[in-house]
Unconditional design. Structure first.
Length: 258
């Protein structure tokens, strides 16, 4: 039975639509995978094009909120890829690609000078990065994504299919790259916010309170959330060696892929 991949409730021509239960336990066919790869490549190329011309009137991504909305749609699409071989590697590869693009692109945007706008934009950014953190936790554990719950759930398969379905864990290369992307991304965000704070300090009068980055985030009520960026993924990566061996299916009446 074909597996449906949808975006905004619309089927992306991955053959015929399928019930949600099929999405949970069947890999993409070769034909579906080729179509999805072509579609994702085009969407990510379009994202890059519009980001590069973000200062131009023709760009659809002139602001950080517009950019985040676009990458949210891509993230939701990537997470629909079933975590079953040979599709497992596809989901990991595209999520790595998206993560790298996002973390390197965010500092290219300006925040403006209005404190209310800055607070709203940074809250939107935190919410997205929290979604990305939750997405990675799900992918690293080989879970399927439940968009209604906003989290991963274990993949349950009937016992008769348990011996034919496999979900391979990420490679050590993937884990190393992910860890590097997250640490580099955190540093880039800190530098970006520091540059914004220097700009604010330069505009401040002697009567104004001058904050460091932590002070600015605390004043905006966002310090705790920024301090916790990617905490779930990084915590899981720290104990990943103990988790890989659990990616084995040993069903009785039904199996759970972990």
């Amino acid at each position: 039975m074909p597996t449906a991949i949808t975006e905004n409730g619309r089927d992306i021509d991955m053959d015929s639509p399928a019930p949600s239960t099929s999405l949970r336990r069947r890999p993409l066919t070769s034909r579906q995978e080729r179509k999805l790869v072509d579609y994702l490549d085009e969407r990510m190329l379009d994202l890059t094009r519009n980001y590069k011309k973000r200062s131009e009137e023709t760009s659809t991504l002139k602001t950080l909120p517009a950019y985040l909305e676009a990458v949210r749609r891509l993230l939701a699409l990537i997470l629909q890829i079933p975590p079953i071989d040979p599709s497992t590697g596809l989901r990991i590869a595209y999520l790595l690609h998206l993560t790298g693009d996002v973390l390197s692109s965010i500092p290219g945007y300006t925040l403006g000078t209005d404190n209310n706008v800055i607070q709203q934009t940074l809250q939107d950014l935190i919410d997205f990065l929290d979604d990305l953190d939750q997405a990675w936790l799900s992918v690293l554990q080989g879970q399927i994504w439940d968009p209604e719950r906003g989290e991963g759930v274990d993949l349950i398969v009937p016992v008769e299919e348990a011996t034919t379905l496999k979900s391979s864990p990420p490679s050590q290369t993937d884990l190393t790259r992910l860890r590097s992307l997250l640490f580099a991304g955190q540093s880039a965000l800190e530098e970006w916010l520091s540059a914004k704070q220097v700009e604010n300090d330069a505009q401040a009068t002697q009567a104004d309170d001058v904050d460091d980055v932590s002070g600015m985030l605390s004043r905006l009520g966002l310090l705790h959330e920024f301090d916790g960026l990617f905490s779930q993924t990084l915590d899981y990566l720290g104990g990943f060696g103990e988790s890989v061996s659990r990616n084995i299916l040993n069903p009785q009446e039904e199996g759970v892929m972990e």
